[in-house]
Design a protein around this ligand. Structure first.
Ligand SMILES: [Zn+2]
Ligand SMILES: [Zn+2]
Length: 242
């Protein structure tokens, strides 16, 4: 009886502690105020591709690359740079079967989306970056789909994992440079049905934007008009603008 009570007490206390410092009481995001403040928040980002910009100019800006050649999606957003401790949480969720680490990240992504207000128009549908079925069998779950389901539920937007499918099992993008990534992924995504006019694609991390661009092209070929890319983090190093 006493052991049972003690276990419940421990569980209750663990649940209310910050998952990062394990010391301070946590809020709804499962983090404490000071760990939340210390996260690698992106303060300025390119209006279009979401790359972090190192600038003091508070007005909305587009990075030189988007000015030269805009990507095929309307807007990519990410609350964080892909560095400690966000990278660790994502890696744990992805490879160590600890998908519960996605919960606080989904919560923070939703508040970031909502904080952008009217600048981000809400899409009609949320989809995850799909995995090829062979990889899905290996990994057993698609972390982008787990994340997408949570975000869709919190924002009351329909969710679909079957709209876009990955038709070829391409090598891991992480081992390739930008040109090779583009070649690797060309035409590897397809729409299985007609998409609505606006869709948000969810992933954990955006790196060069090649995957986001390929999925956007597939959606637009099938008739979608607006594609938004929502990720937890952006890997790109800050672009220094004057
Ligand atoms: Zn903490
Ligand atoms: Zn840009």
């Amino acid at each position: 009886m006493i052991t049972q009570f003690k276990n419940k007490w421990l569980l209750f206390n663990q649940a209310s502690r910050c998952i990062l410092c394990e010391l301070n009481p946590a809020n709804a995001t499962q983090l404490c105020h000071s760990c939340l403040t210390d996260l690698p928040w992106i303060s300025h980002a390119c209006l279009r591709c979401g790359i972090p910009l190192n600038t003091r100019d508070p007005s909305p800006l587009m990075c030189p690359s988007c000015q030269k050649k805009p990507p095929p999606f309307e807007q990519a957003i990410a609350p964080f740079e892909y560095r400690f401790p966000v990278d660790q949480l994502i890696q744990l969720a992805k490879f160590s079967n600890q998908s519960h680490y996605l919960n606080p990240l989904a919560e923070l992504l939703c508040s970031h989306i909502l904080s952008l207000g009217i600048a981000t128009q809400m899409p009609e549908l949320i989809i995850p970056v799909p995995m090829h079925r062979k990889r899905l069998l290996e990994r057993q779950y698609n972390q982008a789909a787990l994340l997408g389901r949570q975000v869709a539920k919190k924002l009351h937007i329909p969710f679909n994992t079957k709209l876009v499918i990955k038709t070829s099992d391409t090598p891991h993008q992480a081992d390739l440079d930008r040109k090779a990534r583009q070649k690797n992924l060309r035409n590897s995504f397809q729409c299985s049905q007609k998409p609505p006019s606006s869709v948000a694609v969810i992933d954990d991390v955006m790196t060069t934007g090649t995957t986001a661009a390929e999925i956007s092209r597939a959606l637009k070929r099938a008739g979608c008009q607006k594609v938004y890319i929502w990720t937890i983090a952006h890997t790109a190093k800050q672009l220094h603008l004057r």
